[in-house]
Write a protein that binds this ligand. Structure first.
Ligand code: NAG
Length: 404
């Protein structure tokens, strides 16, 4: 087994060399190959420049405030019972406003294959245990984190990469950096060191949690709660150099999270692994943010874009508000509605209410009490189709709401 692994690693290194890339593939056996940025990490940290910086390959801007966000998911439980899990690495502007989805042309799919093909298998295996989606859709979660946040990082623009870098090398570097940074932020251990362990009965004050984490990390993270239950932490940084290999400078959170000041619960996880079969309805209803995936002839096939069309391209994020029996949805284009038999989202679209029904492990979208949606064709590549409610058109499919 070990021999096979070493051969595979050696092949990955051999495969990398004919590209004549100046990228240095460092670290052998059991560790990932990685590119180098050529940037110095001795200049000013992001958000701390006093005059305009022109080389944004070596200076993260405008998203120079970086948040390493983590989850503590217990309902359903994801990841190891003694570790928080990765949500992502988000570039905020220095004033905490932020940009998202900056380059749809680099919204890569197939992150697992990309990581394996470019010598990042150990990053991938860590992600499979510690960067896990609450519904088991890891691949989609990783694609989302990269396309939504990673594509906004100036130091990861393709023009910043060593020439000859393979397609997607900057996304590989993104995942490697997020994993490495997360490994320096052991929230579970820091809380445990202060005697704060998951419990079904204990409650905590916000200040006891943040001071435990400050003892560990040296800075104050922000903590988010779902009601009074702790479920996310964000560690803030500025960056010297490039996301690829720069130095993260930890800072106190410039904003507070959503936890109350006292009575905070930190419940144990129920199991050691993500459970893709738990119905999202058991976590207390609808996700507030979701992608909408299409199921055609029993198999997943793309989903909805921000205008409400059916596509196999990168799916849009929908904001959902209301209850299972009556909710409204919006995309980045505007409100969603079904009128005259057509489903769409946009600024001129009149909002209508939808409902959802649990079906097995999934949550299906209903319009007018029906889970049937139809179109005039099956999307592929850049070809998208309008979505009609009910079964009036030729291709029928259902739409699954997947929380993100
Ligand atoms: C820092 O550099 C960025 C990028 O050039 C620029 O937009 C920003 O205005 C600079 N900040 C200051 C205070 O000069």
């Amino acid at each position: 087994m070990l021999a096979v692994f070493i051969i595979a690693t050696a092949l990955a290194l051999v495969a990398a060399s004919p590209l004549q890339s100046p990228a240095e593939y460092s670290s052998l056996f059991g560790r990932d190959a990685s590119i180098v940025s050529g940037c110095s990490a001795s200049g000013s940290a992001s958000c701390h420049n006093t005059s305009s910086v022109s080389n944004l390959c070596c200076f993260e801007s405008p998203g120079g405030l970086l948040l390493q966000t983590q989850f503590w998911d217990t309902d359903p439980s994801t990841g190891p019972s003694d570790s928080w899990t990765i949500h992502g690495l988000w570039p905020d502007n220095c004033d905490t406003s932020f940009e998202e989805n900056c380059d749809p042309s680099r919204a890569y799919t197939g992150i697992s294959s990309l990581l394996s093909a470019q010598g990042a298998s150990s990053t991938l295996s860590f992600m499979q245990t510690h960067w896990v989606d609450i519904n088991g859709n890891n691949e989609q979660f990783w694609e989302h984190e990269w396309s939504t946040h990673g594509t906004c990082m100036s130091t990861l623009r393709t023009t910043c990469l060593p020439s000859g870098s393979p397609k997607g090398a900057e996304a590989v570097a993104f995942f490697q950096t997020v994993v490495k940074l997360f490994q320096t932020l052991p929230t579970y251990t820091w809380l445990a060191n202060a005697g704060i362990l998951p419990s079904t009965s204990a409650t905590h004050t916000l200040s006891s949690l943040t001071s435990a984490l400050k003892s560990g990390s040296g800075v104050t993270p922000s903590l988010d709660c779902n009601g009074d239950t702790l479920n996310a932490a964000s560690y803030y940084f500025n960056l010297k150099g490039s996301i690829i290999d720069g130095t993260f400078v930890a800072i106190d959170a410039p904003e507070t999270g959503s936890c109350p000041s006292s009575g905070i619960k930190y419940p144990p996880k129920s199991g050691g692994t993500p459970n893709p079969t738990v119905s999202p309805t058991t976590s207390g209803g609808l996700p507030a943010k979701a992608t909408i995936n299409a199921i055609h002839s029993g198999s997943p096939l793309g989903g909805l874009l921000s205008l409400g069309t059916w596509s196999t391209q990168t799916l849009a994020t929908f904001q959902i508000s209301g209850t299972m029996s009556s909710f409204t949805m919006t995309s980045s284009k505007g409100t969603c509605g079904a009128s005259g038999g057509t489903f769409s989202c946009g600024s001129g679209v009149a909002s209508t209410t939808f409902s959802a029904v649990a079906s097995g492990s999934s949550l299906l979208l209903m319009s007018g009490g029906s889970t049937s949606f139809t179109s005039d064709g099956i999307p592929s590549g850049t070809t998208v189709f309008d979505v009609f409610t009910g079964s009036s058109h030729t291709q029928d499919f259902s739409l699954e709401i997947v929380g993100i």
